[in-house]
Write a protein that binds this ligand. Structure first.
Ligand code: ARG
Length: 459
């Protein structure tokens, strides 16, 4: 078989050349070749076991497919647009190689269940790679958090100084977000791991196939239960892209903080030169291009999620050619997500925290005002009254350009006679963070416990 269409029997005219190019997917779906071949080998193995093809035919098919895989990997395979997609290209090459037996491979199968199987296998593999990068990033965060467990950083709300925190605690917030992302990926991989093969075009097949056996060969948990659903379902792609979009949103927020922190105005961190670029006109510039680009890339992944939802929204059962449009958004999501995770995992260990600048910033902005209010509550003042007293002290400090800790005891006592000499312990940044000593709190001791728990559960 040359580039003759498998459906040529019913047709009188050749496909219009532009239509051929327009409907082809081989330009992008060839990246499914490994999964396509694995699926075909499992299918042929099952067909032989069920006596649908004989063992010699199976052996010829398996050897032929393995050779084709080699050819593709060695760059010796010629992809043909006339053969539309990865499935028909490989099947045609098989028949060219082994003759008659190749024509039997498609018995009891359709490209509809074939492509649905290929994408699930492909995503399953890719999720593993994404998880590996994600875990690497999480480990990098744990290492940095451990080194910075005691480092004082101003914590913000509304990007205004709120309360002192530890840098380690801040980094562990990112760890938690990524941990949920990993959970989501694992969860969607679990639901994805059902096998469409056997659904054939939509209704199943008249051959005595053994779907459980094929599923077992391919490492699927089970065959899909309904043949119509098996060929038309792309929920798994949407779930995956949704998990990916959330993860990109996290990386985008993280990037935003890196951009802010590395600015001259904040100066909390120095990003390694290898993750920055310069300006072609301004000699002084060192721009945080990498985090900026990742922040930007989140947009295209959100877009892919919407592409896929829209792709599916009005499709009648079962398979429709629309589904061919599922691949590019998925592939682009994977490529960009994997790249972003890899870069983050490399970039985080190369961060140089500027502890002095962080501390200085925490010293400004009356970060320990809440500590003073809590102190007054412990001395018997209701919280609302304490809030007001401290508000007045802060107003005085703003006027005088002095922090609460820089006022004298007499000055402070002018706002409340309940204030005593022990107040200065709680007005220090170290005292403030150490006092938040409970699960989820910012005290260095708690940060270390959180890191310990995380290390235990992290693969
Ligand atoms: N290239 C097609 C896709 O990606 C394969 C399935 C084609 N099936 C069909 N009935 N035209 O969806």
């Amino acid at each position: 078989m040359s580039d003759k269409k498998p459906w040529a029997g019913r047709f009188h005219e050749p496909t219009d050349a532009f239509v051929e190019a327009f409907t082809a997917s081989v330009g992008f779906d060839q990246r499914l070749y490994r999964q396509d071949i694995a699926g075909s080998i499992a299918h042929a193995t099952m067909l032989a076991r069920q006596g649908i093809i004989d063992e010699d035919e199976r052996d010829a098919i398996v050897t032929g497919l393995e050779k084709i895989r080699d050819d593709i990997e060695q760059g010796r395979f010629e992809w043909s647009v006339a053969l539309e997609d990865v499935h028909m290209n490989i099947e045609a090459a098989l028949t060219r190689k082994i003759g008659e037996a190749g024509k039997k491979l498609h018995t009891g199968r359709s490209r509809n269940d074939q492509v649905a199987t290929d994408i699930r296998l492909y995503l399953r593999d890719e999720i593993q790679e994404l998880l590996d990068e994600l875990r690497r990033l999480q480990h990098a965060l744990l290492d940095l958090a451990e080194a910075e467990a005691e480092t004082i950083l101003p914590g913000f709300t509304h990007l205004q100084t709120a309360q002192p925190i530890t840098f380690g605690h801040h980094l562990m917030a990112w760890f938690e977000m990524l941990d949920r992302d990993a959970e989501r990926l694992l969860d969607c991989r679990g639901r994805m791991n059902r096998m469409p093969l056997g659904a054939a075009a939509l209704a199943g097949t008249t051959f005595p196939i053994d779907r459980d056996y094929t599923a077992e060969l391919l490492g699927f948990d089970a065959p899909c239960s309904n043949s119509l659903d098996a060929v038309s379902d792309r929920d798994f792609a949407i779930e995956f892209t949704s998990a990916a979009a959330l993860l990109m949103m996290h990386l985008s927020r993280f990037s935003e903080e890196l951009v802010i922190w590395s600015s001259a105005q904040f100066g909390f961190i120095i990003l390694s030169d290898s993750f920055c670029t310069g300006s072609s006109i301004m000699p002084q510039k060192k721009n945080p291009d990498v985090p900026e680009l990742i922040r930007g890339k989140s947009g295209r992944v959100f877009g892919h999620l919407f592409s896929l939802l829209t792709l599916m929204k009005a499709q009648p059962l079962a398979y429709n050619k629309d589904n061919q449009e599922d691949k590019e958004p998925l592939f682009d999501t994977i490529d960009n997500l994997k790249g972003s995770l890899k870069i983050f995992a490399d970039m985080i260990p190369a961060i140089q925290p500027q502890r002095e600048a962080m501390r200085e910033a925490a010293q400004k902005g009356f970060a320990t005002a809440t500590d003073l209010a809590d102190y007054l509550v412990r001395k018997g003042l209701p919280f609302r009254d304490a809030h007001e007293v401290v508000g007045k002290a802060v107003a005085f400090g703003v006027e005088q350009r002095r922090d609460l800790s820089e006022m004298t005891l007499d000055e402070l006592r002018a706002f409340s006679p309940r204030i005593e000499n022990d107040v200065f312990d709680i007005l220090t940044l170290e005292g403030s963070v150490a006092a938040r000593d409970h699960i989820g709190g910012t005290a260095p001791h708690q940060v270390r416990l959180a890191i310990g728990r995380a290390r235990q559960r992290l693969p």
